[in-house]
Design a protein around this ligand. Sequence first.
Ligand code: ATP
Length: 400
Amino acid sequence: EIGKFADERKVNAYIIGGFVRDLIIGRKNFDVDIVIEGDATVFAKELAKRFGAKVHTYERFKTATVVFKGGKRIDFASARTEVYRAPGALPEVDMAPLKKDLMRRDFTINTLAIKINEKEFGKLIDFFGGLKDIKDKKIRVLHSLSFVEDPTRILRALRFATRYRFELGKHTERLLKIAVQRKLFKTVEGQRIYHELKQIFLEDNPLRVMNKLEKYRIISSLFPSISWDRFKKDLFERIRKVIIWHKLNFPEKETKYHILYFGALFLREPLNRVEKYIKELAVPQKEAELLFQILKNSLPLIKKVRLAGKNSEVYELLQNLPEEFLLFLAALPQDEETRNRVLNYLKSWRFIKPLVNGEDLKSMGLKPGPVFKKILSKLKYAIIDGELPNDREEQLTRAK
Ligand code: ATP
């Protein structure tokens, strides 16, 4: 449909980048990026009008996002040379605008495009040998200055290499090593480093990426004073398992899983150093607060959980804590029983509600007030401690 629309408007349209890469590799990817050889903002607005969809445009970058009914989003970008052309110039018939756009990308595997205009629908466009590199399982940069131009590509290269189990091309590996040696990360805005680390921590197995970062001495280059030791590697692995468990049991919860890994990376390091790094990385306020909460409180708190007597004491210690904090506690190395306490809280204790409610208390002749809360929470604790069965009659009797 979009291809037809592009035909009507006499512009070329291509699906590009990650979607095409993953289509060929056979990995799910729902992020569709379309490049228009023309002004994508105008195109997207008209398209949205035609389909009754919503559109957000970013004039400065000549990009747009169209959100269709049902929630499907598609991003549109303008092939860049086109953007600066004189108004009224004829559309180009050669490939130049698309090629120039793709030339700015990080790796050959990300430069594939599929034309979606009706006439050549499905035509694969491969200027830089991306298809062969996918077949050869290689990550290659497009030119020798790529890592110098943008050192965050170093992190991206190792993330993709890990995810797809690809190798770095020989030349690319050499360039990467040189870039690390030259400490090029120093030239990058911290915020961009944070973004790429976050992407790494949102992968299925961040530890495997970290092992690659370690191999190329990137961790010490980013965080000179931080030790990357057995304890942290184990913690990464434990976090991975807790996250799998959590996604299975609470798929609908929006959880900032990457914060757990940042917590593991910085745990047991002097707080003033961590503070410095977090500032440099420009970690967003909310996430920084969560991270500090984890770093300052998780170890003391897990000790209290271990020493607590009844289940309800554990409940009191854990209630109202952020999900990420609780998951971090569950991942900390600890004895079976302590871990089960945290998991039981996550799985069941926090959802327990007495079968008696305020109305029942009223009909017992009690006046609504703070005492209600007290009685109900006492009932709740008794249930959590296994002293009171999940039976309304018994709970009513106890309330009396
Ligand atoms: P993912 O599956 O992780 O979302 P993606 O390829 O879609 O992978 P994005 O980070 O969303 O990754 O980037 C979209 C496209 O933009 C990529 O295909 C890549 O070619 C390009 N890109 C992103 N970051 C850079 C960069 N630092 N330098 C050059 N190109 C980049």
